[in-house]
Design a protein around this ligand. Structure first.
Ligand SMILES: [Zn+2]
Length: 273
C-alpha cells in the first residue's frame, strides 16, 4: 500500500505537470471509484476547472480546483496516478482518466479497486480522522508521547493508526521500530521518554530517506512517470522474506502478526522486555 513517502513522491512529481492545467474531460471506466458526489455531478463539476495546487495529508492527495472545491484521492491498497499522453490506450487496470488541456492525462490505475475519489468543499471529512503529520517541524517527541499516552495497544498497531500519526503504514512502521530498537508488541504507554525520542527521530529518518528514494515499489506502486521507486532496496527489515538476517547483528529476522499485519523485526536488536 502506498504510504506517506509514496504519496509525497506522487504529489511532488505531479505538481509541475498538473498545476495550471485545466480539466477537459473525465472518463470513468469503473464508476465505483467515485464515492462522492454522484458520478454525473462529479464529472460536470470537474470539467472546466483548473488545478491550482496539490497537497498531501496523511496518505491522501488533495487537488485544489479553481472552483474552490477539493478533489480528494486515496490510492488505498494498489493505486497509482500515471501521467500519460491523452491518446494512450488504457490498460485493464485503469479505472478513471482525468483529461487535461495540454495533451496529457491523469490515469488512475488500481488493480485491486480499493482506491477512491471524492469531490468536496473542504478537507473537514478527512481532517478529523488524521493525527499529526510526522514530517512537520511541530511533530516533536513530546507530541508523539502525547499520542501514545494511555494506549495499551502494540506500538506497531499504534504507528499504523492514522489517528495517532498520519501517513505511516506497515512498511515504515517496521522500519522505524527497527531503527529505534523497539519491539513491535511493546504497548504504546510502556515506552520510556528516551524510547519515544528515538522513535520520533527514526520515523522522520525513515520517511525522509524513502522520499529521497522516491518511495518503495514492493507491489503495485509506480511513480507518475511509470518508473518504480527504490526505497525498498534500502529496507532493513520490512518485507524481508524468511531466511534474511539482521543487517546490524546477523540474527535471523522474525515475522509475527500484529493486529492482522505481518511485522518484521530483529529479536536481538528489538528485545521485547
Ligand atoms: Zn539485529
Amino acid at each position: 500500500m502506498p504510504e506517506l513517502p509514496e504519496v509525497e513522491t506522487i504529489k511532488n512529481e505531479l505538481l509541475p505537470y498538473v498545476v495550471g492545467h485545466r480539466i477537459t474531460g473525465v472518463t470513468l471506466i469503473w464508476e465505483g471509484i467515485v464515492r462522492q458526489p454522484s458520478v454525473e455531478e462529479f464529472r460536470s463539476c470537474l470539467i472546466g476547472q483548473e488545478i491550482i495546487g496539490i497537497a498531501r495529508r496523511g496518505k491522501y492527495l488533495l487537488f485544489s480546483l479553481s472552483s474552490g472545491d477539493l478533489l480528494i484521492i486515496h490510492l488505498k491498497m494498489s493505486g497509482s496516478l500515471l501521467l500519460k499522453p491523452t491518446s494512450t490506450e488504457p490498460d485493464k487496470f485503469i479505472r478513471a482518466i482525468i483529461h487535461l488541456n495540454k495533451g496529457t492525462s491523469l490515469f488512475f490505475r488500481d488493480p485491486r479497486k480499493f482506491g477512491m475519489m471524492r469531490l468536496v468543499k473542504d478537507d473537514s471529512s478527512i481532517a478529523s480522522k488524521l493525527g499529526p503529520e510526522p514530517l512537520e517541524p511541530d511533530f516533536t517527541p513530546q507530541v508523539l508521547a502525547q499520542r501514545l499516552n494511555n494506549h495499551t495497544a502494540p506500538i506497531k498497531a499504534l504507528l499504523c493508526d492514522q489517528k495517532v500519526v498520519a501517513g505511516i503504514g506497515n512498511m515504515y512502521a517496521d522500519e522505524a521500530l527497527f531503527a529505534a530498537k523497539i519491539h513491535p508488541l511493546r504497548s504504546g504507554e510502556s515506552l520510556s521518554p528516551e524510547e519515544v525520542a528515538r522513535l520520533q527521530q527514526a520515523i522522520q529518518q525513515v520517511l525522509w530517506s524513502a522520499i529521497g528514494n522516491k518511495g518503495a515499489s514492493t507491489d503495485t506502486y509506480f511513480r507518475p512517470s511509470g518508473e518504480k521507486g527504490t526505497a525498498h532496496f534500502h529496507f532493513q527489515v520490512a518485507h524481508r522474506l524468511s531466511g534474511k538476517f539482521c543487517p546490524v547483528c546477523s540474527t535471523p529476522i522474525e515475522r509475527i502478526v500484529v493486529r492482522n499485519r505481518g511485522s518484521y523485526f530483529c529479536p536481538k536488536c528489538q528485545p521485547e522486555h
